[in-house]
Ligand binder design. Structure first.
Ligand SMILES: [Zn+2]
Length: 397
């Protein structure tokens, strides 16, 4: 983890002169605007008010901005330093507008400073990255850089990625930086995932007449045992940046009452995938596992269905963008940038899947989805510098 000892390494343009630098002032504003994902908490405001604020912030500064709502009430907001045009490169800076719920966070919408930490829901995940993107875009506009810096503030990353999926329907960019928290390292890979419902069908019967029934819950037992074996064998399938692939049982349900043999057991599992593993690979792996269980028990009646999957993401460490962002981090922080894999899944997978070189970069902090969330103020300032410097380097290329 890269940590800034102090602000001595920052460029003169971002030194606080009179109160907060713009990126921190903006971040505090973004935190005060509730943008809880309504799919996670029905009382959440969603992305609308935050998208409207960013639109206003951008247009007041002469930037091109638009709110894109497909009628779902879950808008994206797009801000451009200059309109994309032939002959100039486009750098996409992407961040999600939504946060997880405010539940159990004290004063979640009241940004509070303590030393280098700015506390509040969404500071770390990921309004700091969003504020840094917007300020970098603003600076690119003011400097009239020959690069189109496009900030996409997208909806619903914390649930179903509705916003990113709309964004990539019609996206062209030469490079993309997704500003999720990376502790100021360059994230070039993350895992994908596949969710599967495994349904074991039994036969209901009175508990006193077990010979007439088939216990769906008991029949699920050997499948769980095989999943544990699979867990062990996946430990040998290791990605150099991401570690091993994995599988776990997430949810199980079945049965109606103590005196009835259950006719159904539903098991949901999650398989975290490495960049060289496809959904088809995972489905084939599970099909073989279930077939082995059937071969061992002729009474076993089981079906499996993929309910959701998201691709993994991997960018070559030799990609020009990786060097550009690494150089910009060294300029801002005075340390060599680490190139790493991220433990979490992010919208970067959708952008990368289009063949656009994509990395993740964001400031340090703690408490994504937790009760106490904070982001480093100095690294948020540095992040805006890094994004601007990267845009400058891509413009010059
Ligand atoms: Zn996030």
């Amino acid at each position: 983890m890269t940590k800034l000892p102090d602000t001595a390494g920052l460029s003169p343009t971002t030194q606080p002169v009179d109160g907060d630098p713009e990126v921190i002032r903006l971040l505090k504003e973004l935190v005060t605007i509730e943008s809880v994902n309504p799919a996670l908490d029905p009382t959440g405001a969603g992305e609308g008010p935050l998208a409207a604020y960013i639109h206003q912030w951008a247009t007041e500064r002469g930037l091109t901005a638009r709110v894109e709502d497909d009628g779902s009430g879950r808008p994206n907001v797009i801000v451009e330093s200059r309109p994309p045009a032939p002959g100039i490169p486009t750098l996409l800076l992407c961040g999600h507008l939504d946060t997880v719920s405010l539940a159990s966070v004290t004063d979640p919408l009241l940004p509070r400073v303590e030393g280098d930490r700015l506390y509040g829901r969404g500071t770390y995940d990921m309004k700091a990255g969003l504020a840094a993107s917007l300020v970098a875009c603003q600076r690119a506009h003011e400097a009239d850089l020959p690069v189109s810096v496009v900030v996409a503030g997208v909806a619903d990353e914390e649930h179903a990625s509705l916003g990113a999926q709309r964004l990539v329907e019609n996206l062209q960019a030469d490079a993309a930086i997704v500003c999720e928290p990376t502790e100021m390292t360059v994230g070039i890979a993350h895992k994908g995932f596949v969710w599967t419902d495994i349904e074991v069908h039994g036969l209901a019967a009175h508990g006193s007449r077990p010979e007439l029934g088939v216990d769906a819950i008991v029949k699920t037992g050997p499948i769980l045992v095989e999943l544990e074996r699979l867990t062990e064998s996946l430990k040998s399938r290791v990605h150099p940046l991401l570690g091993p692939a994995s599988v776990h049982a997430s949810v199980i349900s079945g049965g109606v009452e103590a005196s009835t043999i259950p006719d159904r057991c539903l098991l949901t599992i999650e398989r975290r995938t490495l960049p060289d593993e496809s959904v088809a690979d995972v489905e084939a792996e599970l099909a073989a596992l279930l077939q082995a269980c059937r071969d061992a028990d002729s009474q076993l009646n089981v079906t499996a269905r993929t309910v959701l999957h998201r691709p993994p993401m991997q960018t070559s460490p030799d990609e020009h963008l990786v060097a550009v962002v690494g150089d910009a981090i060294r300029d801002a922080l005075g340390v060599e940038a680490e190139v790493v894999g991220m433990s979490y899944w992010a919208d970067s997978a959708f952008i990368s899947a289009l063949g656009i070189p994509t990395v993740l970069l964001g400031p340090s902090g703690e408490g994504a989805h937790a009760e106490v969330e904070w982001v480093s103020i100095s690294e948020t300032i540095a992040c805006a510098d890094v994004l601007y410097t990267a845009a400058e380097a891509l413009a010059a290329a």
